[in-house]
Ligand binder design. Structure first.
Ligand code: FAD
Ligand code: DLZ
Ligand code: SF4
Length: 512
């Protein structure tokens, strides 16, 4: 009897058992575009278009390989507009003996699929997502009994387990595990994004762009120009171009930010990795080979591999270990509503304006802008973590809860109470001024902390530290900041806190 094989929009690879184990003459593969997934947060329209086009291309590739595919388009008349509804409809039509699906990347969907089994009266197997390099059991075995779950130690274990950048005697390539200290250079004048490959839009993509335009007229973000790879072949071309032409410069200016240059030397591969078009191990191996062949320096190759083999796997491990409670965490009791400028981009803060504009135009903004600009502001201003989390989940083409939530709630907002980060990533305007050229075009002055034109990040930074003194003054990595605060004396401290309150009032009134 037929086995119904369900592929979700971010599982577009033939390497998963759901596809690899299919009997082409007997089984049916279900892929469905549904409103429930497209609207559970206010996704960027480019993200929706990227996924729908990639889903349609993947369905074509499966058909060409001889599979039977039941593809439900968003505007099919019978579409129930939810994945659960489409599975039920397929069960009624095909009477399968079994349903198989790869574990979804979000808790809500996994729970929902689990409860569907009883309703359908057909066994439903949720198979492990073998794209990841660390299973849930392996992560738990690493985490069990540890007082602190620091990424660095997890990463070293992953390097050893997968033999990446490891010498035959078991030592790390170059004698060190981590070359991060070499990767924090501020931007030099003229630093720009290298050339990127781009693809001609085919009939499938044009039809999807038209569909998205019609069905999401008030959606967030700019739909065009649309430049994403939508097939594995195209994504591989982007990967190869990145490794050959961009990776060598990846490390040096990894933390730098430049006006009008959203990409710099970042890979832009997260959207493809997360949707299944690229495989994390193949990406790491290609970067390692570039280093071994003398085509990329070690600080670049190691820095890049650490993001994928280390951070990416680590945040996924944390997500599944601490869900469902993780997204509810609010260790710092932050409660300010998300300011409207996160959506409109209208603010006088040039750094925030730049990050919002890139986000709106590209469904992308690089890591340091997510962490040290929009994330840092949310941390310092005390924005409600849940609202911030929903914003990040919506606006980036690479966003799925398993990876976005630990980055937002753990790394950027310290809402998980230090599970992920040993100290908050809080910084004043001085950091942004050093690592970017944003401040030159700003209405505010990064050198001023109080008074007319003072950079909001400055007073908000000190106010944040003062508000959370009980929690952070005992942190072994933070005594110097409290020593500086204490040296300021009561008058300056009061002025800073008063200024921070004025910034918050301006933020609430849309004047910041
Ligand atoms: P590069 O800078 O080229 O890095 C290479 C790859 O490493 C990325 O493609 C990605 O797969 C991986 N990577 C790098 N940093 C991280 C990280 N911290 N966690 C997990 N993987 C990482 N990443 C997502 O994939 N989806 C998200 O929804 C997401 N939300 C984020 C929210 C916040 C608040 C922050 C601070 C970070 C978030 N990140 C997220 C991590 C990171 O910012 C993006 O992976 C990265 O910016 C994607 O761009 P890139 O492909 O050019 O990455
Ligand atoms: C993000 C997304 C969107 C926008 N649309 C669909 C869809 O129509 N059909 C589908 O199967 N998946 C979609 N997705 C991806 C799912 O939301 C994703 O599988 C879950 O968030 C789990 O990672
Ligand atoms: Fe951002 Fe402050 Fe610099 Fe303006 S002055 S760009 S608000 S850091």
């Amino acid at each position: 009897m037929t086995v119904l094989r369900v592929i979700l929009g971010d599982q577009l690879t033939g390497r998963l058992e759901v596809v690899a184990g299919a009997d082409k003459g007997r089984d049916v593969i279900l892929i469905a575009e549904v409103m429930a997934e497209a609207t559970y947060v206010r996704h960027h329209v480019k993200k929706i278009a990227f996924l729908f086009s990639a889903m349609r291309h993947f369905a074509e590739a499966l058909r060409a390989a001889g599979h039977v595919v039941r593809y439900v388009a968003l505007d099919d008349a019978a579409n129930t507009q939810s994945l659960e509804g489409e599975i039920r409809r397929a069960v009624a039509a095909l009477q399968p003996s079994r349903i198989v699906v790869t574990e979804p990347g979000e808790w809500r969907l996994r729970e929902s699929l689990k409860s569907l089994e009883a309703e359908c009266g057909v066994p439903l197997d949720i198979l492990p997502d073998t794209r990841f390099l660390c299973t849930h059991a392996e992560f738990d075995a690493w985490a069990d009994g540890r007082r602190e779950l620091r990424m660095e130690y997890f990463y070293r274990e992953m390097r050893r387990r997968h033999g990446i950048l490891i010498e035959p005697d078991g030592t790390p390539a170059g004698g060190r595990w981590n070359f991060d200290a070499d990767n924090r250079k501020p931007p030099k004048p003229g630093l720009a994004s290298p050339r990127r490959v781009s693809f001609r839009k085919d009939a499938i993509t044009l039809a999807v762009l038209d569909l998205v335009r019609r069905h999401f007229p008030d959606g967030y973000g700019r739909l065009e120009p649309f430049h994403f790879a939508v097939t594995r072949r195209q994504a591989l071309r982007e990967l190869d171009h990145f490794v050959a032409a961009i990776l060598p410069g990846f490390g040096d200016h990894q933390d730098a930010m430049v006006r009008g240059e959203p990409y710099l030397s970042h890979s832009l591969l997260a959207a493809y990795l997360n949707a299944g078009l690229l495989d994390p191990l193949e990406v790491c191996r290609k970067a390692e080979t570039a280093y071994r062949e003398g085509l990329a320096p070690l600080n670049a190759a190691e820095g890049f591999i650490r993001q994928i083999l280390g951070w990416r796997e680590y945040v996924r491990g944390l997500y599944w270990r601490f869900m469902p409670g993780y997204v509810e965490r609010n260790a710092l009791g932050a409660s300010e509503p998300l300011p409207w400028f996160y959506w409109s981009g209208e603010t006088r803060m040039a750094c925030m304006r730049e990050a919002f504009a890139q986000t709106r135009d590209h469904a992308y903004s690089h890591h340091i802008q997510r962490l040290m600009v929009t994330g840092n502001f949310a941390l310092l201003a005390g924005l409600d973590p849940k609202a911030v989390h929903e914003w990040y989940l919506a606006v980036y083409a690479d966003a799925y809860e398993w990876v976005e939530a630990p980055n937002t709630l753990g790394m950027a907002l310290y809402a998980d109470g230090g599970l992920l980060a040993s100290k908050p990533y809080a910084a004043s305007g001085n950091y942004i001024n050093r690592m970017s050229n944003f401040c030159g075009g700003c209405a505010y002055d990064p050198a001023r902390s109080v008074g007319e034109g003072a950079c909001p990040f400055n007073a908000l930074y000190w106010d944040f530290l003062a508000r959370h003194r009980d929690r952070f003054s005992r942190n072994a990595r933070m005594p110097h900041v409290y020593a500086t605060w204490d040296r300021m004396g009561p008058d300056k401290q009061a002025a800073l806190r008063h200024q921070a309150e004025a910034h918050r009032a301006a933020m609430r009134e849309g004047r910041l």
